[in-house]
Design a protein around this ligand. Sequence first.
Ligand code: ATP
Ligand code: MG
Length: 200
Amino acid sequence: MYIKAIVLDDFKSFGRKTKIPFYEDFTVVTGPNGSGKSNIIDAVLFALGLARTRGIRAEKLTDLIYNPGHEGEETASGPREATVEVILDNSEGTLDRSQVVNAAGSDDVGDVDEIRIRRRVKETEDNYYSYYYLNDRSVNLSDIQDLLAQAGITPEGYNVVMQGDVTEIINMTPHARREIIDEIAGVAEFDAKKEDAFGE
Ligand code: ATP
Ligand code: MG
């Protein structure tokens, strides 16, 4: 499973609907400073609900909504909203239909060769609202997280490696570094279960 494309609409610097395609094995995004490269990663973290643990660069959710006056001058008026959709290629069947139907709470999920996870944040006069969708069905964050976990994508995992993470790993004690390797290799889970068993 891999990210096939992401669609941003009024998310951070993407003031109009933009679809960015990704290749299966390797995609590099280049551009001048401040052109929005890191905003693309923020969009993925936002849409997949990984933001809190992986350190998205925004103080509050509504800062993620495109603001034409970001550089100074005018600010947009009226309700504002941002949407990001992450389109995952599931043509190899990493997730089967029943898993998707379960998470969506509906049979009406279309073709599951494509898993589309969409998040929308909407700002009103005195509040803001956040919505998640799975193949156009309205769901909760936990539904998305449970589904992604079945494909090995978790908030604590290393599917996303942020700037500074590598340096942090290099500077760790050998023991702490070993814990990360155990985590990635899937050994940590068994260690935790073993601990639990000894405790009982
Ligand atoms: P660098 O090469 O320096 O890492 P980058 O390509 O990663 O740059 P980003 O950090 O993705 O750049 O983008 C920063 C730009 O996004 C800034 O110009 C900032 O003004 C703009 N930006 C951030 N939030 C918003 C927003 N809510 N509305 C409009 N523009 C925004
Ligand atoms: Mg950057």
